[in-house]
Design a protein around this ligand. Structure first.
Ligand SMILES: [Mn+2]
Length: 459
């Protein structure tokens, strides 16, 4: 948790933004509840709602809070523990002291929220965010039947959380330091004959020993062509490529998200090195272009062009590069976007709406394979934290589909591509902060990424 001044200032800024937007009524925040895994007393690991954490800081279940836009009054709704709770959970600080710790003057029991809202909302609008959990969906439906989430509130929250404060950048740097450590353990554990799961256990141990845990389910696979492959049952074979896409969530709940791709035998084959070099070039190019003023959509398209240039040199595609970019040929090899926002969530604020988070009002999302999956397209400004994660994948089913539908025939060398059906995939991902005059990779050290450096560190 940050100091209470941080939360007070954030709520004051939010209030000012809502007033400037001509809004009135109440702002209602609903924190998360525990979610049963099998039954009420055996729950999934506790995780608070991220917007709640951002404005109210308190990392406990079953809390709600309101801000009156007109008067500025703030009330926390939460329950003090009784003797039964103390038996199971131990003594707990009072709600009054919890409220005080984040600078909130008023507090009431959680159960009083429904009655209080009923009394106070007559004819007044209640602004709330789209709930990310089913419990909160039901909770809001019962508290405010028929009401919809507030776009004004969503936009105000996005405008704040999108630009990271200095204390957040520090927290993300720390999460990236843990991410570096976790990835290093994973890389150093790769050995032919092990089961993938054994490496996952070791690396996630780092996340649990030093942070809250992983920031999303770990991807560790010799089938990198399956973009989000969460199966870890395979035995590590020689001569394969292993994609490791994983992040740590720190105890402050900020995420890291790195991807590296390693040759399981410690040395790339010629064929692997050729493709790896293209993805590496795209990663470097994206970083070199990242600065205030350019859109991340432009950066995505520039890397698509570089990718096609590299694939062209290998004879896998042919033709005019700009034409291929315009026709979306890169999507056949990279069916995802270049990157996404990152912060309290690894895909920051996607619960508030992907397009509202990742697109400026004058941008529309493409429908083309690849570009349509670009989650962050905005014009960059200092304080944006984004990922730079190009990849090349040989997905036999997708290539066959393109071929069957007669797509890309002028550009794609389908005969040669058949020799890559067992190649797998490569993705290389860094986390990047947009600064006043350019960009900085987050975390104190960068994981080895140049092909020679990767081979050297795997020796
Ligand atoms: Mn990512």
């Amino acid at each position: 948790m940050f100091s209470k001044d941080v939360y007070i200032r954030r709520r004051q800024t939010l209030l000012a933004k809502m007033r400037e937007a001509g809004q009135s009524g109440l702002i209602l925040f609903v924190g998360n509840a525990d979610a049963p895994a099998q039954y009420k007393d055996n729950c999934y690991k506790w995780r608070q709602d991220s917007s709640w954490l951002y404005y109210w800081g308190l990392d406990e279940p079953l809390m709600a809070a309101v801000i009156c836009i007109d008067s500025g009054e703030e009330i926390l709704f939460a329950d003090d523990v009784d003797i039964d709770d103390i038996i199971w959970m131990g003594p707990q600080p009072s709600v009054a002291s919890k409220a005080a710790s984040v600078g909130v003057a008023g507090h009431r029991p959680y159960g009083a929220l429904a009655g209080w809202l009923q009394e106070r909302t007559k004819g007044r609008k209640v602004h709330f965010l789209p709930p990310s959990r089913y419990y909160n969906t039901m909770q809001l439906a019962s508290l405010l039947p028929g009401s919809q989430p507030s776009e004004a509130l969503v936009k105000a929250v996005i405008s704040m959380r999108l630009i990271k404060e200095d204390i957040e950048i520090e927290a993300i740097d720390a999460a990236c330091a843990l991410g570096f450590e976790m990835h290093s353990v994973a890389r150093d554990s790769i050995a032919v004959g092990l089961v993938e799961q054994e490496i996952v256990g070791k690396m996630e141990g780092v996340a649990l020993a030093k942070g809250w845990g992983v920031s999303f389910p770990t991807i560790l696979t010799q089938h990198g062509e399956t973009l989000h492959n969460h199966g870890h049952a395979a035995v590590i074979e020689p001569g394969k490529l292993m994609v490791i896409d994983a992040g740590v969530e720190s105890n402050e709940h900020y995420a890291s998200d790195f991807t590296r791709t390693y040759p399981t035998s410690g040395k790339f084959t010629q064929k692997q090195r050729e493709i790896y070099q293209i993805v590496y070039d795209c990663n470097e190019l994206a970083f070199s272009l990242t600065r205030p003023g350019i859109t991340y959509r432009e950066v995505h398209l520039a890397t698509a062009r570089r990718m096609l240039e590299g694939l062209s040199a290998l004879g896998l595609v042919k033709g005019d590069l700009d034409e291929m970019v315009a026709k979306g040929i890169a999507g056949l090899f990279q069916p995802h976007g270049l990157g996404h926002n990152m912060g309290l969530d690894v895909h920051d604020m996607e619960d508030l709406g992907e397009n509202l988070v990742g697109y400026d009002p004058d941008q529309t999302r493409a429908t083309q394979l690849g570009l349509r999956s670009l989650r962050m397209a905005r014009r960059l400004v200092p304080g944006h934290v984004i990922t730079d994660e190009p990849g090349i994948y040989f997905i036999p089913a997708l290539i066959e589909k393109f071929k069957k539908e007669g797509l890309g025939y002028d550009f794609v060398n389908y005969a040669k591509l058949e020799g890559y059906y067992d190649f797998g995939g490569i993705r290389l991902e860094d986390d990047v902060l947009v600064t006043a005059d350019g960009a900085r990779r987050l975390g104190p050290r960068r994981l080895p990424i140049a092909p020679d450096d990767v081979e050297a560190v795997m020796k």
